[in-house]
Design a protein around this ligand. Structure first.
Ligand SMILES: [Zn+2]
Length: 145
């Protein structure tokens, strides 16, 4: 198990098991759902995350294209707030007291026992990186007001 400290948080993770699990997951949650909000997320996924966040995901063995869940929270000025999470094989050793941030993205770690069962097989100990961020609306189709 590898270990990473981010701010006041410490996680332990199994990178190879996580990578194997992601290789069996066909698509991210946004494609699986396919609603307009998710399609708007998927359309800009490659630019949705700060590079430091992508580096962190890759260090853990997470495929940044395959979020376990993504959901739209509502508008915030000219942006929309999105939340979601990524599963990984491992555990939260220290949850810490406040969210960490990279640019306008906030993230934290949780034990995944209370989350829905992941699409891949992450073994007995499953945790997740949860995030919240703001993204523009980039589709020509607009959501219902
Ligand atoms: Zn959706």
């Amino acid at each position: 198990m590898g270990e990473i400290q981010v701010g006041d948080k410490v996680i332990r993770f199994d990178r190879s098991l996580t990578k194997i699990a992601y290789s069996a997951v066909p698509v991210g949650d946004a494609e699986r759902c396919g609603c307009l909000y998710c399609l708007n997320f998927a359309a800009q996924r490659s630019s949705a995350y700060p590079s430091d966040f992508i580096s962190l995901l890759q260090k853990i063995g997470i495929d940044p294209d395959k979020e376990g869940e993504v959901y739209e929270v509502g508008p915030d000025g000219d942006r929309r707030i999105y939340g979601g999470w990524f599963y990984f094989a491992g555990e939260v050793a220290k949850a810490g007291e406040r969210n960490s941030t990279f640019a306008n993205l906030e993230f934290w770690f949780v034990d995944a026992t209370r989350l829905p069962k992941p699409a891949g097989d992450f073994g007995d100990k499953v945790a997740a990186v949860e995030f919240i961020t703001g993204l523009p609306w980039v589709l020509s189709d607009q959501p219902e007001p």
